[in-house]
Every structure is written in C-alpha cells, then in structure tokens.
Design a binder for this molecule. Structure first.
Ligand SMILES: [Zn+2]
Ligand SMILES: [Zn+2]
Length: 424
C-alpha cells in the first residue's frame, strides 16, 4: 500500500497536468522580468533557527507546521515552510546588497507545511514569491501589489480583491498592543485556545483568528490607525496615494495582520471569489526589520508570495489555462533488423536538429505502428521499407492529407527541411 500511495498532502504532477504548470511558470517569468526581478534559488532545507528567528516563535508555522528533523550530524534542519527567510539569508550570505539598490529577487519552488490537506492546500506546495531589498519607497509596496495583479491579469483571472492595512513599526506597536490586550482581556474567556495562549505574547495575531467563536469579539477590536507613528502614517498614506494614482482598487482592512511576526508597515492580501473559503491567493508586506533581525545591517524590504497550487486551481476552474495539443513531428515506421537501424540513425539525426521524433520499440506490426503514430498525433510518418532502403530512399507520408512522397536518405539535410516544412 505505501509503495504505491503518495504521502498525504503531496501531489504528482503528471503529463496532462504538467503542461498547465509550464504555461503558468512561463507567465510568471515574463511578468517578473518586466518588473526587473531575477530568480533566486535557495535550498529546500535550512537550519531550523532561521525559521524560528525569521518567522517568529508565536506563529502557527513555527509552533505546529514545520517539518523539522535531525540529520545524521545531529543538526536540526527544517524543510522550508516559506521563502522569505531563506531569501534574506541568501541575500546576506551572498552579499547581494553590495551592488546597486534595490535588489529585486523572485523565487519559485516547493515549500512544506504540516497542515490539514484540503482543496488547493497541500503539505508540499509550490510557492512563487519575490522580495525587494534596500529601499523603503512606498512605490515599491505598490509595485509589490501590482506585479501579482499583472500576473493574474496575464492569466485572464478576474474577481480578485486587494485588501490592505498598515501594522506599524516597533515604535508605534507597543501602544497598540497594550490597547488590544486591554480590549481582549475581559473578553478572552469566550475565545479559542490559540487566542488565549497568544493574548500576551502576540495580541495582534488574534486579529486574524479564523475560529467562528472569536469573530464577534474580533469585530469590535480597535484599529491600529490612531497609534501609527508619523513615519508609518505618512508611509501608508503615500502607499494609498500611489494605488489611487495607478488605478489599483483596494479595500482597507484594519484587521489584516498576516501570520508572520516580521511584517512592518504595509501588509496586503489578494483574494479571489472563485476560490471559496480558501480564497487568499497571495499576500505580502513590508518587513523593514527582518534583515537586521537575521544578522544584516538595517535594510528595508518588501515582498509577496503566491500559493501556485491554488492559483493554478483557480485558473483551471475558470478555464484560463489550456494545454496545447502537441505531437511528434515524425513517427518512424520500420520492419525491424536493418530497417530499424536506419530508422534509429535518421531519428538521431532529426532529433539533433530539434525535431520531436518517435519510433517503435515494441516490434509491432506496421499496422500497429501506424496506429501508434495516429494516437500520438504525429504530423508525418516516415516508412523505412526494405525495398525503398535498397534504393537509398524512405517514404514520407503527411498524416493530415495522406500525401506520400519519397526522400533521399543520402540527403538528410533535405529530409530535415521537408520535416520542418510539413510540421508547421
Ligand atoms: Zn511606526
Ligand atoms: Zn481565536
């Protein structure tokens, strides 16, 4: 059973499905390069401390969702649950901030979280995200919202909504925390156990609790706005003015705080109505303190991440991703023996010229080989008959119109040209 069953929460992406992924990946690359982002690839696992420090101890991820293990050298390692902390680590370790600023990096790859699997949510999931290091410019916060919107638009997706909030900085948050604690303390008895345990450690995290029983209390919680320091409040109003200037629609959501400790100032989330209850398809924010927290010099930064599995699901539901019908340019039919050797040689020649070429490996009858060529949707069939071979020739049949002609096997260049023309 375990030999033929994948672990819970994981996925195989087989032919038939992978084409959708390739298409989406291609669109991601195109939009990223338009915004001047370059790809960063980091390891699948990192030292556990990186995530404990980088994500924060009082978070769902660190408390209960990480795949952490000791390797044979007794080091504690963790399969990456997100991409920002590794990006910061790589930014520092490779001294990427030494050149011109800002540095714009994007990443794409599998992440791992021990969660209850549901539609579009897996334990191994693919995330695309990007980070900008080295500037506090509010325009970058706005571009961090626009890039994913451009991506969604490039995918033909609609029905999405941007929610935005400012959660301040270490200077303005203590007063807000205090106000939240004072608000929640007399009401905490009716709230869930994770709210209870976080009340004093991280009261802002209570705001995005999804538990039904907590919602009524949360609805009355005070917003941060009046606690924002001059710098944060100026920054946020500039963010909003750029959004207005660029025609990006958004909704202010004072309860949006995001699940990570490292965010400062702007946080935002993009949702799509097409996705039901798990409707967040991407989220991000500014994290001006994280680079310093992880050992670098103070470096403002802003980033965004999208769950690609869910995005892909949304695009498929809406019929926005099509896998193109493809097939080999030529299928080489042979009679075994010397004809197979010649077919193998021609296949090698055509493949080295970039053509997709198939031939029979099962010693099937000619009829069965023709059937296989049809099933694969091959444009041409090259028939290596003994009698034709004696004359140094091969039959070329166009599968669309049934037209047949002969080609000279001494003139393979000529044959490749013929395959190229028929395959258009
Ligand atoms: Zn502030
Ligand atoms: Zn709760």
């Amino acid at each position: 059973m375990t030999l033929t069953t994948k672990p819970r929460g994981t996925n195989d992406i087989a032919p038939g499905e992978i084409e959708f992924w390739h298409e989406l990946e291609e669109r991601i690359r195109r939009v990223c390069s338009a915004y001047g982002f370059q790809e960063l690839r980091t390891p699948i696992f990192e030292h556990t401390e990186l995530f404990q420090r980088g994500i924060g101890e009082a978070t769902d991820i660190v408390e209960k969702e990480m795949y952490t293990f000791l390797d044979r050298g007794q080091r504690s390692l963790t399969l990456r649950p997100e991409g920002t902390a590794p990006a910061v680590r790589a930014f520092l370790e490779n001294n990427l901030g030494a050149g011109s600023l800002p540095v714009k990096l994007y990443y794409y790859g599998p992440m791992f979280r021990y969660e209850r699997p549901q539609a579009g949510r897996y334990r191994q999931f693919v995330q695309f995200g990007f980070e900008v290091f080295g500037s506090a410019d509010p325009l970058l916060d706005v571009e961090a919202i626009m890039l994913p919107l451009e991506l969604y638009k490039a995918c033909g997706l609609s029905g999405f909504e941007v929610e935005i909030n400012s959660i301040g900085c270490p200077e303005c948050r203590p007063n807000y925390r205090q106000e939240l604690i004072e608000y929640f303390e007399p009401r905490i008895d009716g709230m869930c156990s994770s709210c209870k345990s976080r009340l004093h450690r991280n009261p802002m995290r209570l705001l995005d609790c999804k538990v039904e029983a907590c919602q009524e209390v949360l609805a009355g919680a005070p917003p941060i706005a009046k606690h924002l320091c001059a710098d944060c409040s100026q920054h946020f109003s500039e963010v909003l003015s750029y959004l207005d200037a660029l025609g990006v629609e958004y909704k202010l959501n004072p309860r949006l705080v995001r699940g990570f400790d490292y965010y400062t100032k702007t946080v935002f989330e993009v949702t799509s109505k097409e996705l039901g209850s798990q409707n967040a398809i991407g989220a991000g924010g500014r994290y001006d303190g994280l680079v310093e927290e992880l050992g670098g010099k103070p470096t403002p930064a802003v980033g965004f991440a999208v769950g690609v599995d869910r995005l892909l699901l949304a695009l498929k539901v809406q019929g926005k991703l099509k896998s193109e019908e493809t097939g080999p340019q030529a299928y080489l039919v042979h009679f075994g023996g010397e004809t197979k050797r010649r077919a193998a040689w021609v296949a090698h020649y055509l493949r080295s010229h970039g053509f997709w070429v198939e031939l029979d490996y099962l010693n099937r009858s000619i009829k069965a080989q023709m059937k296989a060529a049809n099933r694969l949707n091959s444009r041409l069939v090259l028939i290596f008959g003994e009698e034709e071979l004696d004359r140094g020739r091969v039959i070329v049949r166009n599968m669309q119109d049934g037209h047949e002609q002969e080609a000279d096997l001494q003139e393979l260049e000529q044959l490749a040209k013929m395959v190229g023309e028929c395959a258009k």
